[in-house]
Design a protein around this ligand. Structure first.
Ligand code: PLP
Length: 372
């Protein structure tokens, strides 16, 4: 009881770490996507809690999209519950016969990618009609129908009175890499043209990388950007700034401790980092339990008081250490940017041997969000 009163009177002060999510940046990045895709409609991909940015706040910021793409039924119901009327694409379709009632009741568009889903749709006794996506495996070999069963799937959907429309879909494995999309695009066309004949069905092909790199070939009727909406680049050879994107998430914390090291002294678990000369270390209130990658090596870039420096030693659960030898004004309370405004998440990801997708998605629920 006393604790509750104290908490109420004093307002609990959180640890000095927060993630700032910019609605303006999200809306700006959607406009950038729009500028590349001509008349194609845009599914804003908001799976994985909108890549860590918060599902409902992101859906609100991206209200100019033509629909939202996600995986989880609970998420789809939350988005519908927030008043969103536009189409919702379920990227993995549905899993159980009872899911079909949810699809119909909430007007969700499932991606149909296996024969089990086709059979569940044939057997269902529930009334109503659905728009569906038919996913074609054009070479990624993850989800989708291949040469042996794509016609069966197409015919079943077209003969099913509950199916109002079928959009053909595929997903590119290497739109950002050396492979590009040509091979998959050609195989997709070979698989689908015999189905549709002279009256082509609507198509959805492109993720962020494909719509930016191959706008003329890949945009089709609906595009499916994810990462670019969050202000990161899908490419290793082109920065987000080059594309005109703005970071939607900025992860900041503060220095909560300072240590003076002599040459030969070591830092952190495993004592993996040894000071070559005298140096000053700032201890930052951010660790892997906040979503910072534990495998980020010494030298991973950070901003301290707006100046670039690097991490030292192993990232621990709640703390990481940074070199502040050349930033004399840095002390307890000095702000530190882990990624975002002023320090692209892509750079931190590259240094840590991963991609910005993983860093953004891993933002931990314990990090307070500041909305701007
Ligand atoms: C995640 C996903 C996307 C978005 O990809 P980005 O690289 O983030 O643009 C598009 N389509 C499908 C099927 C996806 O799973």
């Amino acid at each position: 009881m006393t604790f509750v009163c104290w908490a109420g009177i004093l307002r609990l002060m959180p640890r000095p770490i927060s993630a700032t999510i910019s609605s303006a940046a999200l809306a700006h990045n959607l406009a950038i996507a729009r500028s590349h895709v001509g008349a194609a409609k845009i599914w804003a991909v908001v799976k994985a809690n909108a890549y860590g940015h918060g599902l409902l706040r992101t859906a609100a910021a991206l209200h100019e999209s033509d629909g939202f793409a996600m995986l989880d039924f609970a998420d789809a119901l939350r988005v519908r519950g927030s008043g969103v009327e536009k189409p919702i694409l379920m990227l993995e379709g549905f899993f159980k016969p009872e899911d079909i009632a949810l699809l119909l009741r909430h007007r969700l568009t499932p991606v149909i990618h296996n024969m089990e889903q086709i059979e569940m749709l044939e057997k269902t006794g529930i009334d109503g009609t659905l728009d569906v996506y038919l996913k074609v495996n054009s070479g990624m070999n993850r989800l989708g129908f291949s040469l042996d069963n794509v016609r069966l799937a197409w015919n079943s959907l077209h003969g099913n009175p509950r199916v109002a429309s079928v959009t053909l879909m595929t997903h590119f494995a290497d739109a950002d890499g050396d492979g590009g999309i040509a091979g998959q695009l050609q195989w997709f066309n070979e698989l689908t043209q015999p189905l549709t004949g002279t009256d082509p069905a609507p198509r959805s092909l492109a993720n962020s990388a494909a719509l930016l790199r191959y706008p003329d070939q890949a945009c089709a009727d609906w595009v499916r950007p994810g990462i670019m909406l969050y202000g990161c680049s899908p490419f290793s050879f082109r920065t987000a700034e080059d594309i005109g994107l703005k970071p939607a998430m900025t992860l900041t914390a503060e220095i909560v401790g300072v240590q003076q090291l002599q040459a030969g002294e070591r830092v952190g678990y495993g004592m993996t980092y040894e000071a070559a000369q005298e140096m000053t270390i700032g201890v930052v209130a951010c660790g892997y339990a906040d979503g910072y990658p534990r495998h980020a090596p010494s030298g991973t870039p950070v901003l301290v008081a707006g100046q670039r420096t690097g991490t030292v030693g192993r990232v621990s659960m709640d703390l990481l250490c940074v070199d502040i030898s050349d930033i004399p004004e840095a002390y307890v309370g000095t702000p530190v940017t882990l990624w975002g405004e002023g320090l692209p998440c892509d750079e931190v990801a590259m240094a840590a041997g991963t991609v910005s997708y993983e860093l953004l998605c891993a933002l931990a629920p314990r990090v307070p969000i500041v909305e701007t």
